[in-house]
Design a protein around this ligand. Sequence first.
Ligand SMILES: N[C@@H](CCC(=O)N[C@@H](CS)C(=O)NCC(=O)O)C(=O)O
Length: 197
Amino acid sequence: MKLYYSTTSPYSRKVLILCHELEIADMVELIQVNPFQDSSSLREVNPLSKVPTFVLDNGEPLYDSSVIAEYLQRLVNKPTLSLVDFVSQQRLHALADGIMDAAFSLVMEHRRPQEQRSPSWQQRWEGAISRSITEFEQKYIDHAQQWHIGSIAIACALDYLTFRIPENDWKQQYPKTKTWFQDQITKSIMIKTDPRL
Ligand SMILES: N[C@@H](CCC(=O)N[C@@H](CS)C(=O)NCC(=O)O)C(=O)O
């Protein structure tokens, strides 16, 4: 199996961490690509030219990250979750992916010349990020006490925000989330996959 990934992609990091947690990292060949530069090999396996892209041993490609995550968990026959746990993990996963989507859009927008940027879209993405962290802090933080796909995704999303949009002051606004995050960020796999390294 192969994983096309980039070190700075939070979606890739989520999949890398999951491979590690499921103890299948040794079975996965890592292919580092920059989807914005050397993307021809990536395009051959994913018409969307995005990372992460996963390729099965029979050559079949899989995307996007949430589909890859679901596949990996089924691959290792992870014991079936109760419906309540499934909902709470997948809700967190989707909330995290939404934070990544909004933060990634902001990062891309900041790379455009000032006069081409859209203040209203930026406001919309910033609003999505702050409402999602509020929701996490007020309603779902207790669902993230175990390390599973939902909590992995939230940790990757928050670290991406910290790394790429340091001016966002979420740590001041959300003290409980900050404390939770500080516990996750010291995990060895979070350190090993730090996009700054
Ligand atoms: N929904 C996708 C998002 C993946 C994504 O947007 N990846 C970015 C890197 S962080 C990418 O490859 N972008 C290339 C592009 O947009 O052309 C997933 O969960 O896998």
